[in-house]
Design a protein around this ligand. Structure first.
Ligand code: 5GP
Length: 187
């Protein structure tokens, strides 16, 4: 039997990275795709663990060569999912988890219609707005731009097979793994 591909996506600021970090800690048996990105590593990030850090020419080469399952840009940097490791994992009968943005999830749907798309939702719009506004020292214009984008992104929820509310990171991580391991939960 072939393995299942699950893509976790959701609006910017909803906490996808934190939920996936919790999956890594609590369920080390889950195979996670390592994306390529052109952004610079943050303190504590290791090349090949959180991301493969590449320069733009290498990223563009990968796109042109069809080596990425999906890709998108975010805040001036490029992100993408290397295709070969995902295909190898699925061919071996294993499950694979991707953490990507909403546009990436749409591309995964188009490339692999059998993929399961899970939407990570905030407990409420106000909560997401609070997280997006409290991030730093941006101008009110920048914050407004983020909130407008968040509203558009939240409307994508209906395109997904399942919705997980990120009210508690550890609970959401366990619920995500349950969705991956219990196919009926998605039907
Ligand atoms: P960050 O730079 O904070 O790690 O990630 C920024 C955004 O890029 C997040 O919304 C994250 O989900 C998204 N992202 C990370 N990897 C990928 C990827 O491989 N493909 C796509 N489409 N988005 C990604």
């Amino acid at each position: 039997m072939k393995g299942r591909l699950t893509a976790l996506a959701g609006p910017s600021g909803v906490g996808k990275g934190s939920v996936v970090a919790a999956v890594r800690r609590r369920h080390p048996e889950i195979w996670l795709s390592v994306s390529v990105t052109t952004r610079t590593p943050r303190p504590g990030e290791t090349d090949g663990v959180e991301y493969h850090f590449v320069d733009q020419p290498e990223f563009d080469r990968m796109v042109a060569a069809g080596e990425l399952l999906e890709h998108d840009a975010h805040l001036g940097a490029s992100y993408g999912t290397p295709r070969a490791p995902v295909e190898a994992q699925l061919a071996a009968g294993g499950s694979a988890l991707l953490e990507i943005d909403i546009e990436g999830a749409r591309q995964v749907r188009a490339a692999m219609p059998q993929a399961h798309l899970v939407f990570l939702a905030p407990p409420s719009f106000d909560e997401l707005a609070r997280r997006l506004s409290g991030r730093g020292t941006e101008s009110p214009d920048k914050v407004r731009e983020r909130l407008d984008r968040a509203r558009i992104e939240l409307a994508a929820e209906d395109e997904f097979d399942a919705v997980l509310v990120n009210d508690d990171i550890e609970r959401a991580a366990d619920a995500l793994v349950a969705l991956m391991t219990t196919p009926e939960a998605l039907e």
